[in-house]
Design a protein around this ligand. Structure first.
Ligand code: PFF
Length: 448
């Protein structure tokens, strides 16, 4: 059955695709931004701990649900259900994840469109079209609609091709490109004056801050967003993994790549901010904190690139291409969630379903763009601060409380016969049952 519905052809194919989903604007923009606004290295430390101790177990739960069910999130969860109540609950959780992925894509596509437009600006400058250069980076309705449409077109283009020919092939091409660009940019920024001061701010934690509630909440939210949890995406990617693979190590490898790239992105952005400061750019807001959010990516960094002269045009281009590539490998996974649901549950052909859902999500983006001041923040908060944690928590509840322990073990043993004797099996089931849902709930309630 798996063969007819698509499967990753190799282990590396899955790793690239899942890491591609995980590594996105959240790593390269969100993580450094959060680090900047939460006191630097203390945030990095807490993030690393929470990513491995809370996000990884929840990530494993989602992968396992998918690999067991060999289907979209709703069908997979329903296969684990024994009673009518469980089945209804499965529908709410699975479908909630699908909707969450669609909502995220509707605003993520707009941000990704900005990345493409900022990558085009230096090109327009080089070819002497100053008017076009200023148009692409100025906020306007037509600019936002055009670049969101371009980005959605690319996303639909990949997903129409299916698992192996689309998701896997493109993730395998784009992820190495992303890593190469990131390393080149870090190496370059490190040669500039001010970088070592930034490195110090990034790597020297102020231990007294690590238990601050706001810092903890931001770090956990960031870790969940980064691993694409609570969106049905990792369930569906799990369903495309061969039964011969060892899920425990695959999950750990993807988490490690995701965390490492976030860490590398911080190694680029925070020193780059201090380099910008050495060149006269203001990097601290009025309250003394480092500038974060959109100001960082669209003001501080472009001022830095500008101060580099001709070289800056190339660096700006490379940086925004990096952002666009990272966004694309994530957006394809967001579209795969709803597409796989419609293909498998409503028997609609993949190409048709992809185009239809792509257009629908694009229309949602247009609605957001037309009232961007209010809607962008509203949808982002709804999907990432409410939707993702609630659904991720319910997936843990499913695995911990509804799925039988013996069945979980049987599924884990496929591709990992010795799992019963490992530390993972001694800790993880108990952890997913009690600690993960409780911790997510505490953080969620606190954030309210
Ligand atoms: N993990 C992506 C990032 O860090 O940018 C964002 C993301 C991808 C969220 C896929 C949700 C999702 F389903």
């Amino acid at each position: 059955m798996a063969g007819s519905r698509g499967e990753f052809s190799s282990r590396i194919g899955f790793i690239m695709a899942a890491a591609g989903s995980a590594v996105g604007l959240g790593n390269i923009w969100g993580f450094p931004t959060q680090t900047a606004s939460n006191g630097g290295a203390a945030f990095v430390l807490v993030y690393l701990v929470l990513a491995f101790c809370l996000a990884y177990p929840a990530f494993m739960a989602e992968l396992l649900i998918g690999r067991y069910g060999q289907a979209n999130a709703v069908t997979s969860l329903q296969k684990m259900s024994r009673t009518v109540f469980h089945k209804r609950f499965a529908f709410v959780v699975g479908f909630g994840g699908v909707i969450c992925a669609a909502l995220i894509l509707s605003f993520y596509g707009i941000l990704a469109g900005w990345m493409i437009s900022y990558a085009i600006e230096p090109v327009a400058t080089v070819i002497g079209s100053d008017e076009a250069a200023s148009w692409v980076i100025a906020q306007s309705l037509p600019r936002n609609i055009i670049f969101t449409a371009i980005f959605m077109f690319l996303t639909v283009f990949v997903i129409r091709r299916g698992v192996e020919d689309g998701i896997e092939k493109w993730s395998k091409r784009l992820m190495p490109l992303l890593l190469t660009l990131l390393i080149i940019l870090i190496a370059y920024v490190f040669t500039l004056e001010g970088a070592s001061e930034g490195l110090n701010a990034y790597l020297n934690p102020d231990i007294s801050r690590v238990l601050e509630p706001d810092l903890l909440i931001s770090a956990l939210g960031q870790a969940f967003f980064s691993l694409s949890l609570g969106t049905s995406v990792m369930v569906i990617y799990g369903s495309y993994i061969s039964k011969k693979e060892n899920l425990v190590t695959l999950g750990a490898q993807v988490t490690f790549i995701d965390v490492s790239i976030a860490f590398l992105a911080g190694l680029l952005i925070i020193p780059a901010m201090y380099v910008a400061q050495a060149q006269g750019v203001a990097i601290f807001a009025e309250d003394g904190s480092l500038i974060s959010g959109s100001g960082l990516v669209f003001t501080v960094l472009p001022s830095l690139f500008e101060s580099m002269g001709a070289m800056g045009l190339f660096v700006a281009f490379a940086f925004f291409v990096l952002m666009s590539v990272a966004a694309l490998t994530s957006s394809i996974s967001m579209l795969e969630g709803p597409v796989s649901y419609v293909v498998e549950r409503h028997n609609i052909e993949r190409k048709k379903a992809t185009t239809f859902i792509g257009v629908l999500i694009f229309l949602m983006s247009v609605a957001i763009i037309s009232n961007i001041g209010v809607m962008l923040d509203f949808i982002a908060t709804l999907a990432t601060e409410y939707g993702q944690p609630i659904i991720a928590m319910l997936c843990c509840v499913f695995v911990g409380w509804i799925w039988h322990r013996s069945e979980i073990l049987k599924e884990l043993q496929q591709g990992n016969e010795q799992v019963e004797n490992t530390l993972f099996w001694k800790i993880w089931p108990w952890y997913t049952k009690f600690i993960c849902p409780t911790a997510i709930l505490i953080v969620f309630v606190h954030s309210l």
